[in-house]
Design a binder for this molecule. Structure first.
Ligand SMILES: Cc1cc2nc3c(=O)[nH]c(=O)nc-3n(C[C@H](O)[C@H](O)[C@H](O)COP(=O)(O)OP(=O)(O)OC[C@H]3O[C@@H](n4cnc5c(N)ncnc54)[C@H](O)[C@@H]3O)c2cc1C
Length: 435
């Protein structure tokens, strides 16, 4: 029986594990945390179609609730644009989601080793053959026909891959979104018609912030684009103070969360497969810059990966795994990678320009709703946004380069070789990476 290792219990890795175990593969997940500790200590916004795309049953209704009605606020705070949340969007506790996916994996016969830190990659004859694992102070070597890398954006698998894999090891600082998130107790019960307020360039910080008002607590997120540097404690405290001035019922008592995390907002890594290796989820930078959806995309990708392996009857060479990469790019990532370039425009603007965009209705409700909780962001909408913001920006060489990239990316994806051919794929990767 073919052996599969899933490195890290990331969402996409678990979905691939579930389908592969059901198809008769011997699947083991190696995860550094304990099972009960998995999952961030907060709720997430999820499109229910994630479960359809991952080809697993939708969870019972008791496990989630409807998504909140949302508003976008400009830095000055004088314009608030309300946007309807996508019909299929729901709010689900991350730990409940993990519990649900694990219950499916248990039934399918997936095996797990918790408390296992992945410290290195094994290879032989230009093929990835396994991992170095440290558990309870002892290092062991585990071997498999395929290593599925679901260890997140700082994956120690991807970062330790040998050079012949030609896979980008690091996510650049400019492609990281630093976020602080915590739930603070409310001093009184709160009822809001529009409980979810997204602040663009809150306090002129290049990034986003949100306040989501629940009855008993307020969910606060303070985010900063990596291009503008790390998120400092002083910035977090200043943003919290400002929110408490705006909403005096927010106390200082943290009821959940309270940590800084990073989200990849890169334009999807150009190469995510090698002989015996495939990356999925944050490890491959699959999140949509600006709107998240990393869970949805990881889960969808996990299913595509399992399909490719099953279709190739267990072959795990680069040629067979390329079918997974090709399918992911051409069905899901196609339009989304362009959003990464859209995000780069934020490095060229400041708070006053964002004020202007909202005051002058350039970033209208229709445009802000585009991709809100949705993974389908049509290229047409993106060009529409650019046609609105373009004339307002001073056309520096950097901005012109970025405009050109947005135009060239869809064509680059269309040119992706359907079948693996080393020279053609190399030429494609070089072109995609340059844009
Ligand atoms: C504040 C915040 C809010 C978010 N909100 C949303 C949202 O509303 N909707 C949404 O879809 N997405 C959201 N995301 C994004 C989402 O968290 C990720 O995109 C999603 O978790 C997919 O990542 P992953 O499953 O690939 O990896 P991860 O969730 O990072 O999982 C990786 C796993 O690998 C394990 N691991 C890492 N290194 C090792 C090692 N060396 N050895 C062994 N195990 C290891 C980790 O312990 C972890 O369990 C949010 C992220 C943040 C930070």
């Amino acid at each position: 029986m073919k052996k599969i290792i899933v490195a890290g219990a990331g969402h996409g890795g678990l979905i691939a594990a579930y389908h592969l175990a059901r198809a008769g593969y011997d699947v083991t997940v190696y995860e550094k945390q304990q099972r009960a500790d998995l999952g961030h200590d907060w709720h997430d916004y999820l499109d229910m179609t994630a479960f359809d795309g991952a080809d697993i049953p939708r969870p019972d209704e008791s496990m989630y609730r409807p998504g909140a009605y949302q508003a976008f606020r400009n830095p000055k705070g004088n314009v608030k644009i309300e946007v309807a949340y996508k019909e299929d969007a729901r709010v689900m506790d991350r730990k409940v989601l993990y519990g649900y996916i694990f219950s499916l994996c248990d039934e399918a016969g997936v095996k797990y080793v918790f408390g296992a830190e992945i410290s290195g990659v094994l290879f032989d004859n230009r093929k990835i053959t396994g991992l170095k694992i440290t558990k309870g102070g002892t290092e062991e070597r585990v071997y498999a026909d395929l290593v599925i890398d679901a260890a997140g954006m700082y994956s120690t698998v991807r970062r330790n891959l040998p050079a012949f894999c030609e896979i980008q090891r690091e996510i650049e600082q400019k492609d990281i979104f630093h976020v602080y998130r915590a739930y603070y107790k409310n001093s009184e019960e709160i009822h809001c018609d529009v409980p979810y307020v997204m602040d663009l360039f809150h306090m002129n910080r290049p990034g986003l912030g949100w306040t989501i008002f629940e009855e008993d607590y307020t969910d606060i997120l303070i985010g900063k684009f990596g291009a503008a540097g790390e998120l400092t404690e002083a910035e977090i405290n200043a943003a919290l103070e400002s929110y408490r001035r705006d909403y005096p019922f927010i106390t200082e008592e943290i009821v959940r969360g309270g940590c800084v995390r990073d989200i990849p907002i890169a334009k999807m890594l150009p190469m995510i497969v090698a002989d015996g290796y495939a990356a999925v989820g944050d490890s491959a930078a699959m999140t949509i810059p600006l709107n998240g959806s990393g869970i949805v995309l990881s889960m969808n990708a996990g299913k595509l990966l399992a399909d490719a392996v099953i279709e190739a009857e267990g072959k795990t060479d680069k040629k067979s795994l390329w079918k997974y990469q090709y399918k992911y790019f051409t069905t899901l990532a196609k339009d989304l990678v362009i959003v990464a370039k859209l995000k780069d425009f934020f490095t060229f603007v400041d708070g006053s320009l964002v004020d202007y965009f909202l005051e002058a209705d350039i970033l209208s409700a229709e445009l802000l709703a585009c991709g809100n909780g949705d993974i389908n962001i049509p290229t047409k909408q993106i060009f529409h946004i650019l046609s609105k913001i373009g004339p307002v920006l001073k056309l520096t060489p950097d901005i012109i380069r970025n405009f050109k990239s947005v135009v060239r990316l869809p064509a680059a994806i269309n040119d992706m070789p359907k079948e693996y051919d080393a020279d053609k794929v190399k030429a494609w990767v070089d072109n995609y990476s340059r844009i």
